[in-house]
Design a protein around this ligand. Structure first.
Ligand code: ADP
Length: 508
């Protein structure tokens, strides 16, 4: 993703609909001092939020879920206003939010329960050992513009479920829907542990300065800056920084499903999706048929401004900077010998870019090596599965991938050879909607795991190790003062006997 092109005037963000260019709202920018004050207020409110336990927090999260469902149309309208995306895509964000609220509300108690562990040695059976999960007081969350609601709730919900207070800095391009969600939190009367500060990089940097844990999603450059800032303060962080996800189509695949799935995976949200299909490798025997079917399907899609109608498939790009990147990737590919089979240019009105199929592309081209984040589908013919895996892994990114095959075990085997955080077999993007799985990138796609499963809430907690006597205690332990080689010798022999092997267990 690129830097935002949203203008900031007199400490106010002007939010525009990229489909029409019209202004849809303005939002005041929070100064660093205001961010610090917001964090201090959250820090004060958080202990009570922690103390009501996951069962108490579940009630608030489910009330928020009710509120989201009762305001689904208003939320979808807001998403469309500031992103210009098709109605169905806006409604998907609302559905995602309802789903993740239900998942973490209902499962956080189990995920955060103390875990008792067995001592590693019989010598320690005198101890009861427990790992407890204690939330960070203030979690700073910084989100991008591609999903004004879903990118926010993917992080905010598990952090709140963990018992942390949340300081959210949404993208300056799409701050309106997050503010609507915060309005919902206030309207249900929930505790004041969710605060939004609006603004661009300076506000984000202040969030990093004032948080105990930072969750960031956005571009690699900003992610690395945040990592450095966190390292200087010895603060933990988790970063998701984009991808260049490959799709591998094998000759035994159901080609129609592969074409439909890859088209959706590449073009949904106009390609502005972290797990978007960004390059396709097709085995030679089915290459021509795949490409012909792909072009026909892409040409059938409806590009344009949807408003509330729900009749458009592909919407606009978020801003001029995105249009410039996609245009550059296509033009650089053409200059190096690629062919455009359909699409290939911005329409000139709004921020629309035609859905595009590129062939005769290779790994010397920016459309294959850089994240495009746009509606392009570059396709490469490969000799076989090994070449497909080698090229798929030839990327600095490692977010997700898809494999299309009629052979289930082949799909599973190839998945394990791909250097990515998630693999969908005969599907695209669906890993994002399976909250029981970890979601995170390898390589330049990020560090840490963003959400999913028990780790999705535990990441917002510090682990605490607790030992307690399991048996009645003596006045003192063998190794306590005064030192005695005889007492320690007994301990040492017992440790050897239980930990070493062979004759060394009983050696002197
Ligand atoms: P994009 O603009 O493509 O979303 P960015 O990485 O520029 O990608 O922005 C992602 C988020 O990070 C946005 O909310 C943005 O305001 C925020 N941000 C930008 N610079 C900084 C920074 N130095 N510190 C913290 N957050 C930042």
């Amino acid at each position: 993703m690129s830097d935002s092109a949203t203008p900031i005037v007199d400490a106010e963000l002007i939010v525009r609909n990229p489909a029409s260019g019209e202004t849809v709202g303005t939002v005041a920018v929070a100064t660093p001092a205001q961010v610090a004050a917001a964090a201090a207020a959250l820090r004060k409110a958080q202990p009570r939020w922690q103390s009501i336990t996951p069962a108490g927090r579940k009630q608030w999260l489910l009330k928020l879920q009710d509120w989201v469902l009762d305001h689904a149309a208003e939320l979808a309208d807001s998403i469309q206003d500031e992103s210009g995306k098709p109605r169905v895509e806006a409604e998907v964000e609302v559905a995602f939010t309802v789903d993740i609220l239900g998942y973490y509300a209902r499962n956080a108690a189990e995920f955060l329960a103390d875990t008792d562990v067995r001592p590693h040695t019989p010598l320690m059976r005198v101890k009861k050992l427990t790992t407890a999960y204690v939330p960070y007081p203030v979690v700073g969350i910084i989100t991008p513009w591609n999903f004004p609601l879903a990118m926010v709730t993917a992080d905010v919900v598990p952090a709140l479920a963990a018992g942390a207070a949340v300081l959210l800095k949404p993208s300056e391009v799409t701050p309106l829907t997050p503010l609507l969600l915060a309005r919902g939190w206030a309207e249900i009367g929930a505790p004041p542990v969710f605060t939004i500060v609006s603004g661009a990089g300076d506000t984000g940097a202040a969030v990093v300065d004032n948080s105990d844990f930072v969750q960031f999603t956005g571009s690699g450059g900003t992610g690395r800056r945040i990592a450095v800032a966190c390292a200087e303060r010895t603060r933990p962080y988790s970063l998701e920084m984009g991808g260049k996800d490959p799709a591998i189509v094998l000759a035994d695949a159901d080609l129609e499903r592969a074409v439909n799935g890859i088209t959706f995976g590449a073009l949904t949200n106009a390609g502005q999706l972290c797990v978007s299909v960004e390059r396709v490798y097709v085995e030679a025997p089915v290459y021509d048929e795949f490409v012909n079917k792909l072009v026909a399907h892409v040409e059938s899609l409806r590009l344009g401004r949807d408003d509330r109608a729900g009749t458009i498939d592909v919407g606009p790009l978020a801003n001029d900077a995105q249009v410039a990147i996609v245009t550059r990737h296509v033009e650089e590919a053409i200059a190096k010998g690629a062919r455009v089979l359909t699409g290939g240019k911005a329409t000139g009105e709004g921020n629309f870019f035609e859905p595009t199929v590129l062939v005769d592309v290779d790994h010397s081209m920016s459309c294959i090596t850089e994240e495009t984040f746009g509606p392009t589908i570059p396709v490469i013919k490969v000799a076989d599965e090994n070449e497909a895996v080698r090229l798929a892994n030839d990327s600095e990114y490692g977010l997700s991938a898809s494999v299309w095959t009629g052979d289930k075990s082949r799909g599973q085997a190839i998945a394990r050879r791909l250097a990515v955080g998630a693999v969908n077999i005969n599907d695209a993007t669906i890993n994002l909607f399976n909250f029981a799985l970890p979601h995170g990138g390898w390589g330049q796609s990020g560090t840490g795991y963003r959400f999913g499963g028990a780790d999705g809430v535990r990441k917002y907690c510090r682990k605490q190790a607790i030992t307690a006597p399991a048996l009645p205690t003596q006045k003192k332990e063998l190794v306590w003062y005064p030192y005695s080689l005889k007492s320690f010798g007994f301990m040492r022999n017992a440790m050897r006997a239980t930990g070493a092997r062979g004759r060394r267990r009983f050696g002197k």
